[in-house]
Design a protein around this ligand. Structure first.
Ligand SMILES: *[C@@H]1O[C@H](CO)[C@@H](O)[C@H](O)[C@H]1NC(C)=O
Ligand SMILES: *[C@@H]1O[C@H](CO)[C@@H](O)[C@H](O)[C@H]1NC(C)=O
Ligand SMILES: *[C@@H]1O[C@H](CO)[C@@H](O)[C@H](O)[C@H]1NC(C)=O
Ligand SMILES: *[C@@H]1O[C@H](CO)[C@@H](O)[C@H](O)[C@H]1NC(C)=O
Ligand SMILES: *[C@@H]1O[C@H](CO)[C@@H](O)[C@H](O)[C@H]1NC(C)=O
Ligand SMILES: [Ca+2]
Length: 467
């Protein structure tokens, strides 16, 4: 397919053509994008041109004209043009970095003295109720990641500024890509354009440039001993901790790509608690979402990422496969008691292996209810849902009995996906359950009321994470 693409709002009078039928048709290297500017339109059956008012914020809306069809494209299409510009910018930055790198060798001696005055990171106070362990550092500690002390080049900006700029640029490149993917879905539905090529090209360029930058900055840091020892340029964040490296400090929704082969999805990131960088896997807040769900629903996830949800077993698998993860469970009851359980190792295998749980290395205040004793141990157990019995209980389905999907043994000493009760309850213990909670032992007697939990949160973070 041939596609005519108008690139810049300011030059809205001329049509520029980008002819290609596949990624292979484009010239290699970043130069491919430059050449976009030079190609002249000729005999192209498909035309795309600006339509309507251009404005500062959103750029111009575009229109594709296909005889005999006209389609209004969403404004996000401008991201293509922005991406081109940013790739250009990245290239310039790389060149500058390279220049500085050569120069920094000469500057190294005089800069070294200034270098040692500031240690990276300061220990803050935990905001949780239980403030011990290395998790409890304040969220600000990684603010200085990437900071470089001392002058680097005589005639240009410091490497640190450029690195910050690189981070920012790679960030917006990623945003651009996300939007392109988004757009691609919509456009593909119309069976007209295949933007996969564009996406692949942008991806490979970004990978290429980030590879070069990484190499350069490694060389630079070994030569000059000035840069941060671990410069990080993360082009496709695998989980929330990667966003922390990119100086994102606000909790909220982010897109992650734990395995590029399995695409990108949204997660809720807690960037503030216990050093931040947490990817939420599960959350209970007010009982608005039922957790009495099928295998298929637990597989793909359900609920609302800003409220109550299960992220989905496939996603949990991908996240825990991509990196060695720790699990942190936060529990709060209706008396305001808050406790936590942390596990140094947390892995959920794939569907074929029935999402078997591997969890170990407990520490915390809530007690290790996942491995209560040899008869109640959730470690190495398969996932069971009311419609899929993989549990260790021979005469029934624990998931059906407790209205929950969980790694049941026969059956449980913990079940964080139980029913949400707003207060103590009687009868089948199908509520949210943590068997080592402080007053569980008196639960059954004399009142037979059962403990209810107000909030539950399960979140993961790479084992080697340094806030
Ligand atoms: C980047 O692309 C150039 C060709 O344009 C190639 O020679 C080089 O090996 C690539 N680098 C990486 C890291 O892929
Ligand atoms: C869970 O769902 C099943 C099937 O829909 C239903 O029969 C059962 O009553 C539900 N349990 C609870 C506690 O809501
Ligand atoms: C539960 O919390 C979510 C998210 O905070 C909110 O959107 C929803 O309205 C709440 N539902 C109830 C029943 O309180
Ligand atoms: C990952 O992607 C492959 C191919 O698209 C698919 O077959 C597989 O089910 C996916 N795995 C997960 C865990 O989503
Ligand atoms: C657990 O202890 C709290 C007081 O700390 C009490 O209010 C609550 O009723 C107890 N729960 C049960 C099930 O006994
Ligand atoms: Ca069974």
């Amino acid at each position: 397919m041939r596609l005519a693409l108008l690139c810049v709002c300011a030059t809205a009078t001329s049509l520029l053509a980008v002819p290609w039928s596949s990624a292979a048709d484009l010239p290699d290297g970043a130069q491919g994008w430059d050449k976009v500017q030079d190609k002249a339109a000729g005999g192209c059956p498909v035309k795309m041109k600006p339509s309507g008012q251009c404005d500062e914020e959103d750029g111009c809306p575009y229109q594709v004209t296909l005889p005999p069809l006209t389609i209004q494209l969403p404004k996000q299409f401008r991201m293509l043009e922005k991406t081109v510009k940013e790739l250009q910018g990245l290239k310039e930055t790389v060149n500058r970095l390279r220049r500085d790198c050569l120069e920094c060798r000469h500057q190294a001696d005089q800069s070294l003295q200034k270098d040692s005055e500031e240690a990276p990171g300061t220990v803050g106070t935990g905001i949780g109720p239980e403030g011990t362990g290395d998790e409890e550092r304040g969220g600000e500690t990684s603010r200085d990641t990437g900071t470089i002390k001392g002058d680097v080049g005589a005639n240009s900006n410091s490497v640190s500024e450029m690195k910050a700029k690189m981070s920012k640029m790679s960030n917006s490149l990623r945003n651009a890509r996300t939007q392109i993917t988004d757009l691609q879905g919509r456009v593909e539905k119309m069976s007209l354009l295949n933007l996969k090529n564009v996406e692949a090209i942008v991806d490979s360029k970004v990978e290429n440039i980030s590879g070069m930058v990484n190499k350069l900055s490694t060389t630079c840091s070994t030569q000059c001993a000035l840069t941060n020892p671990n410069p990080q340029f993360i082009m496709a964040p695998k989980d929330c901790s990667d966003y922390n490296m990119l100086q994102q400090k606000k909790s909220g929704l982010y897109r992650v790509t734990p395995d590029p082969k399995n695409g990108t999805f949204e997660v809720y990131c807690d960037m503030e608690s216990y050093g931040g960088g947490w990817t939420l896997v599960q959350q209970r807040l007010n009982g608005s979402i039922s957790f009495n769900r099928t295998w298929a629903e637990y597989k793909s996830g359900f609920g609302n990422l800003q409220g109550e949800f299960w992220l989905g077993n496939d996603r949990i698998h991908l996240l825990t496969k991509a990196k060695d993860m720790v699990l942190r469970i936060e529990l709060e009851d209706f008396e305001g008691v808050r406790e936590y359980a942390k596990f140094d190792q947390f892995y959920v295998s794939n569907e074929f292996l029935r999402y078997r749980l591997s969890v170990s290395g407990y520490s915390g205040t809530a007690g290790n209810a996942l491995h209560f004793n040899k008869n109640f141990n959730h470690d190495q157990k398969f996932f069971t849902t009311p419609d899929r019995d993989n549990d260790m209980y021979p005469s029934g389905n624990c998931g059906a009995y407790y209205s929950s999907g969980w790694w049941f043994d026969a059956c449980m000493s913990a079940n964080l996906n139980g029913k949400y009760y707003h207060k103590r309850y009687k009868g089948v213990r199908n509520g949210i359950f943590w068997g080592t909670w402080h007053n569980m032992t008196v639960e059954a007697y004399p009142t037979n009321y059962r403990q209810a939990f107000k909030t539950v949160k399960m979140m993961i973070r790479p084992k080697n994470y340094a806030p």
